[in-house]
Design a protein around this ligand. Structure first.
Ligand code: PMT
Length: 345
């Protein structure tokens, strides 16, 4: 062996440390109470645009006062590390679940408020905006004019018609957020806006919400400087209060609430989904695994055994969206919810 070849540097992170990086024996954070709500919202300012955004939502709800309205949340939330943000923590969500679901809700006669991470996928345009589906690949040049490639004409015409129908009938309201703070303020304000609809309001919370954040009083104003000598950046993040309980109980009483549970370990998915249902007392948790989320989900509901919704291999091969199976099953449950609420009024 050549004695001049330097030996590889010693690894500083042993497998033991990696295994223990997250202590899963720590009990779950309790659901947020009123005091947590005041603490959070009093100490973390609302976005400046919130008032005008909510004004638009109020107009939309007035317009649809006799209809069913679903609030779909979609995409990931960012956690800024600086007030004048250069760096932030993010997550994987592209907003596929939310954008696709919104289309199927529209097909089922719902008006949709689409609260989405800015620049994540949008209903209808998602078919042509993904990086592997560049819109330019659907075009061609003919006689110095840009036209849609004939092989995509039929499919694009269908998407365009649906999109224009939603626009012409004021059925889709697009509201953006970027940070976890913007998301939480907007979610709370929208919940209040939807209250007049009572049981006709449906919450479909598919956004991947950050679990940790830097509170306003600790966030540095300017870009964090790296120092000579390779000093570490140690982050001190607070847990984001679990507001789902407040949403169910106080912000949107009467509405039907569907939350999502994402896991990567299949052995804990069902127990975590059941736990969420018990802690927040809402109507439905849709469980999904990161690896299989596009082909199977599980419905966990109070007093019922779980129900798996799966694409068949033939459906998968044909490119069927799993949301085309999820949404009708949710609409069925929303029908029952509305009827129950009428009977108990
Ligand atoms: O966008 P895609 O790539 O298509 O991926 C879709 C998805 C996997 C992100 C989606 O299907 C999904 O599972 N979304 C929820 C993922 C999640 O992060 O769940 P959670 O365990 O952090 O939160 C559970 C529920 O509580 C969610 O409905 C969330 O909106 C809500 N929540 C979360 C945190 C918090 N502080 N308050 C909340 O109310």
């Amino acid at each position: 062996m050549d004695s001049h070849i330097p030996s590889p540097p010693t690894r500083r992170l042993s497998m033991g440390e990696r295994e223990n990086a997250i202590d899963r024996t720590i009990p779950l954070l309790p659901p947020a109470e009123e005091i947590d709500e005041f603490n959070y919202f009093d100490n973390n300012d609302p976005p400046e645009y919130l008032e005008s955004l909510i004004h638009g939502a109020q107009e939309f709800v007035k317009f649809h006062k006799n209809d069913r309205v679903v609030l779909v949340t979609s995409g990931g939330t960012t956690v800024p590390l600086e007030n004048q943000t250069v760096r932030f923590i993010d997550n994987f969500s592209a907003g596929t679940r939310g954008a696709t679901s919104a289309e199927y809700f529209l097909e089922h006669g719902y008006a949709v408020i689409f609260l989405h991470r800015q620049f994540s996928l949008l209903p209808y345009s998602r078919h042509y905006s993904h990086s592997t589906n560049c819109f330019l690949d659907f075009m061609e040049e003919k006689n110095s004019k840009v036209i849609v490639d004939p092989i995509y004409q039929e499919e694009m015409l269908m998407v365009l018609r649906k999109y224009q129908h939603a626009k012409d009938h004021n059925l889709l309201l697009l509201l953006p957020f970027t940070t976890i703070n913007q998301y939480l303020h907007t979610l709370r304000a929208l919940s209040v806006t939807l209250r007049p609809l009572k049981s006709r309001a449906l919450f479909y919370l598919a956004a991947a919400v950050s679990d940790f954040f830097v509170p306003l009083h600790r966030i540095p104003e300017h870009k964090i400087q790296s120092k000579a000598g390779g000093s570490k950046l140690v982050m001190n993040l607070d847990p984001v209060p679990k507001f789902l309980h407040r949403l169910v109980d106080k912000w949107a009483p009467g509405a039907m609430i569907v939350s999502f549970k994402l896991e990567t370990d299949s052995s804990i998915l069902l127990s975590k989904a059941r736990q969420a249902l018990e802690r927040y007392s809402h109507q439905l948790v849709v469980g999904n695994l990161l690896q299989t989320r596009k082909r199977e989900v599980v419905f966990v509901e109070p007093g019922k055994t779980e129900l798996w919704i799966r694409l068949t291999p033939a459906q998968e091969a044909a490119g069927v969206d799993i949301e085309s199976l999820i949404i009708p099953a949710i609409v069925e449950r929303h029908d029952i919810w509305i009827n129950k609420s009428k009977n108990s009024a």
